[in-house]
Design a protein around this ligand. Structure first.
Ligand code: PLP
Length: 372
C-alpha cells in the first residue's frame, strides 16, 4: 500500500551519536580550553582509527579533499596522474591543484572502478602516479594495480572516500597502495562532521603530512615547507570518537536496507543492481541502480523526476563525468571513456542510510516497479 509522504526523503542522512554522549565527550574540551592543533581527541582518534581500519598509520585532516591534496603534494609527484572520470570532482581537483595533469582512464562495467585492462595504455614517461577510486565502496582491482604500479615505478594513492570500514580478503581497505584517503564528511558512512584521513604504512609520509597540514611548520623557528592549514579540530575528533562506537551498528542497519532493495528490485527487467563481491566485506555506502531504457520503461532522468514527484530525492552520482564537467571539458586529453559515459548517463543512487525506514524502501521500490 502506498502512503503519501509529506516528509522529504533525501539520498542520505548523517549518522549521529546520542546527544548526551557527544556532550560528555566535549566536556573536557571546556576544562582544557584546547580546541585544535592535535589535541587529545585528535590523538585518540588517530589511534582508534589505526585499529578500526587495520592500518599501520593514520593522519587526520580537516576534510578528505585536503588529505588527498596534501598527500599528493607530500609525495612530490610530477607530470601526469591517471584517475577515472567517474568520481566526485574532488579527486581531480586534488590532482590539478598540485599542477599535475589528470589522465582519465575508463571504468569497468562490473563494479565501475578503474579498468585495469585500459590502464597500462595510458602510462607515458610523464606518468608519476595512479589515483584509483573505490567508487561506492567497491574495491578496485588492487592486485593488478599493484603489479602495474611496480612495473612502471608509479605511486598509488587510493581515493577511499566511499570505503570506510570495507575489508578485502580480510584486510582493511586502507592497506593497499602507497596511501589511501578516507573522507569523514557528514554524508559518508562514518563522519566527524567534516574530516578526512590518510592511511599508510609510510612513517616518513606521515611526518611530512603532519607538517603540511600545519603550514609546513617544523618548530617555532623553522618553517621549511609550503604547507596549508588542514588540521582536524577537537570537536570534530570528539564526534569521530562517538560515531566510531556506533559505526558497526550503522553498517548493519544499512545492510538491512540493501537487502530490502535487492529483494524488491531484483526481478524488475532492465535494472542492474549492485552486487557484493564475495571477497569483500562491504559498508553499503550507496545503492546505485543502472536503468537500461531498452528493457525498462523509463530512462534514468525520468526515474529521477518520477521519484521527485513522490518527495524522494535520489542522486545522479556521478553525472556529469569529470572530463565533461564545465571546468575540465576539453582541457585534457583522455582515452576512450565510453563505459564511464554509459554508466554515468544511466545510474541513479537511491536513498541509503542507516535510519531509512524499510517501509519507505518498499514504497520507493513500488514506484519504480510501476514506473509511474
Ligand atoms: C566525499 C568525497 C571526497 C572529498 O571528501 P571531503 O571529506 O568531502 O572533502 C573525495 N572523493 C570522493 C570520491 C568523495 O566521495
Amino acid at each position: 500500500m502506498e502512503r503519501e509522504w509529506n516528509q522529504k526523503i533525501l539520498v542520505t542522512r548523517s549518522s549521529m551519536p546520542p546527544f548526551e554522549e557527544y556532550v560528555e565527550a566535549i566536556r573536557p574540551i571546556w576544562e582544557s580550553a584546547w580546541l585544535t592543533n592535535m589535541g587529545v581527541n585528535h590523538k585518540k582518534l588517530e589511534e582508534e582509527l589505526r585499529d578500526y581500519l587495520s592500518v599501520p598509520e593514520v593522519s587526520l585532516f580537516t576534510n578528505g579533499h585536503m588529505a588527498l591534496e596534501l598527500c599528493i603534494q607530500a609525495m612530490g609527484l610530477e607530470g601526469e596522474v591517471i584517475t577515472t572520470p567517474f568520481t566526485f570532482v574532488s579527486t581531480v581537483h586534488a590532482i590539478v591543484r598540485n599542477n599535475l595533469t589528470p589522465v582519465f582512464c575508463d571504468i569497468n562495467e562490473r563494479d565501475y572502478t578503474i579498468d585495469v585492462d585500459k590502464l597500462e595504455d595510458l602510462i607515458t614517461d610523464k606518468t608519476s602516479a595512479i589515483v584509483p577510486v573505490h567508487v561506492y565502496g567497491h574495491i578496485c582491482d588492487v592486485e593488478r594495480i599493484e603489479e602495474i604500479a611496480k612495473k612502471h615505478k608509479l605511486k598509488v594513492i587510493y581515493d577511499a572516500a566511499h570505503a570506510f570500514g570495507v575489508r578485502y580478503k580480510g584486510m582493511g581497505v586502507g592497506s593497499f597502495g602507497d596511501a589511501s584517503m578516507f573522507s569523514f564528511h557528514a554524508t559518508k558512512v562514518y563522519n566527524t562532521i567534516e574530516g578526512g584521513a590518510i592511511a599508510t604504512d609510510d612513517k616518513d609520509l606521515i611526518k611530512k603530512l603532519y607538517s603540511l597540514k600545519n603550514f609546513g611548520i617544523k618548530s617555532e623557528v623553522l618553517i621549511d615547507d609550503v604547507g596549508a592549514n588542514a588540521k582536524m579540530n577537537e570537536f570534530a575528533a570528539a564526534m569521530g570518537l562517538c560515531n566510531l562506537l556506533h559505526v558497526d551498528d550503522e553498517i548493519k542497519k544499512r545492510e538491512k536496507v540493501y537487502k530490502r532493495y535487492m529483494e524488491k528490485l531484483s526481478d524488475i527487467d532492465g535494472l542492474i543492481l549492485d552486487r557484493v563481491n564475495e571477497d569483500t566485506k562491504p559498508n553499503y555506502a550507496y545503492f546505485p541502480v543502472i536503468f537500461d531504457e531498452s528493457r525498462y520503461k523509463l530512462n534514468r532522468d525520468q526515474v529521477y523526476e518520477l521519484l521527485k514527484t513522490h518527495n524522494i530525492f535520489s542522486r545522479k552520482y556521478f553525472y556529469p563525468l569529470i572530463n565533461e564537467t564545465e571546468c575540465y571539458k576539453g582541457r585534457y586529453e583522455h582515452g576512450d571513456t565510453q563505459v564511464a559515459k554509459r554508466i554515468s548517463e544511466r545510474v541513479l543512487t537511491l536513498p541509503m542510510y542507516a535510519g531509512l525506514d524499510l517501509e519507505i524502501v518498499d514504497n520507493i521500490c513500488e514506484i519504480i516497479r510501476r514506473g509511474e
